[in-house]
Design a binder for this molecule. Structure first.
Ligand SMILES: Nc1ncnc2c1ncn2[C@@H]1O[C@H](COP(=O)(O)OP(=O)(O)OP(=O)(O)O)[C@@H](O)[C@H]1O
Ligand SMILES: [Mg+2]
Length: 268
């Protein structure tokens, strides 16, 4: 049994199911009694709908990165200030969680990080630094879980927003491209000392697609096999969270299995 909380990042190629998996997993964990913080680290901001937050509310969320006053207060760089400035970071980031989280169903709290400027200056900008510090210094007590929905691809690994997570799930679908992205993530995750990377195979339509993933993955353990499930797409068309649409659909049942697997493996 670990004596502190658990921090999980969910990564992978575009469109593989990161948001569906991280949002639904967050709610399933909350239903088990964990205090769950879901972090939307994807600038496209769509974790809210998967969590079941009504659109009227999610439209009004101000991403943390757009809160210039807060960034100025925490980093000492005035709004619009130069990235070249040396900035300080106050370690007091707890209040951010109090002030900026939105309540989601099942008691999940959502923190939307927002857009982080890319390119070479990406790692230097104050907003980015704040986000990184926030995630790295977040100390969790037992019973607390953070689930971060990462932006597609690899760039976030360079920014370090996923540094100090306890584990990273990389979602793959039965395509060689998504598996190639996993391989690259695995290599980069080593550089930033992420303790463990696990694969989650999603959108499996048959035995063949499962075999393809097993054959191609090599050493990366596969934490769950999630079937292709039309009810997940139906939920999206209806504008409801998959968990609210059909909580016993095959993909959701497979996510219950993933939740138990993670609890066992990491003892949280
Ligand atoms: N197991 C599944 N069965 C059927 N459809 C699925 C499944 N998982 C995800 N989807 C569908 O695939 C699409 C992409 O899912 P999702 O938005 O979760 O992916 P993502 O990796 O977060 O994408 P992005 O890179 O754009 O953030 C959605 O339309 C979703 O409904
Ligand atoms: Mg997404």
């Amino acid at each position: 049994m670990r004596d502190r909380g658990f921090k999980l990042a969910v990564a992978g190629k575009g469109g593989v199911g990161k948001t569906f998996i991280s949002g639904t997993l967050a709610r399933l964990l909350a239903r088990d009694g964990y205090r769950v913080l879901a972090v939307d680290a994807d600038p496209n901001i769509n974790l809210a709908s998967t969590l079941g937050i009504p659109r009227e509310i999610s439209e009004r969320i101000t991403p943390l990165s757009e809160n210039e006053r807060l960034i100025a207060e925490k980093t000492g760089v005035p709004p619009g200030g130069s990235y070249g400035l040396v900035f300080r970071l106050t370690p007091r980031v707890d209040d951010i969680f109090q002030r900026f989280c939105v309540e989601a169903p099942d008691g999940v709290r959502l923190l939307v990080m927002g857009t982080v400027k890319g390119g070479d200056t990406g790692c230097m900008c104050p907003a980015n630094a704040l986000l990184r510090v926030l995630m790295q210094h977040l100390l969790l007590s037992r019973g607390e879980v953070v689930v971060m929905d990462m932006v597609a691809g690899l760039e976030h690994l360079g920014r370090g927003t996923a540094k100090r997570v306890d584990s990273m799930l990389v979602v793959v679908e039965p395509t060689l491209k998504s598996i190639e992205t996993l391989r690259r993530i695995v290599r980069l995750a080593e550089d930033i000392e992420i303790p463990e990377v696990l694969a989650v195979a999603n959108k499996l339509r048959d035995e063949r697609s499962r075999k393809l993933i097993e054959r191609e993955l090599g050493d990366t353990p596969i934490a769950a096999y999630i079937p292709y499930d039309p009810s997940i797409e139906e939920a999206e068309l209806l504008g409801v969270a998959p968990l609210d649409h059909d909580e016993h659909s095959p993909a959701i049942e497979a996510l219950r299995g993933l939740k138990e697997y993670l609890k066992d493996r990491y003892g949280f």
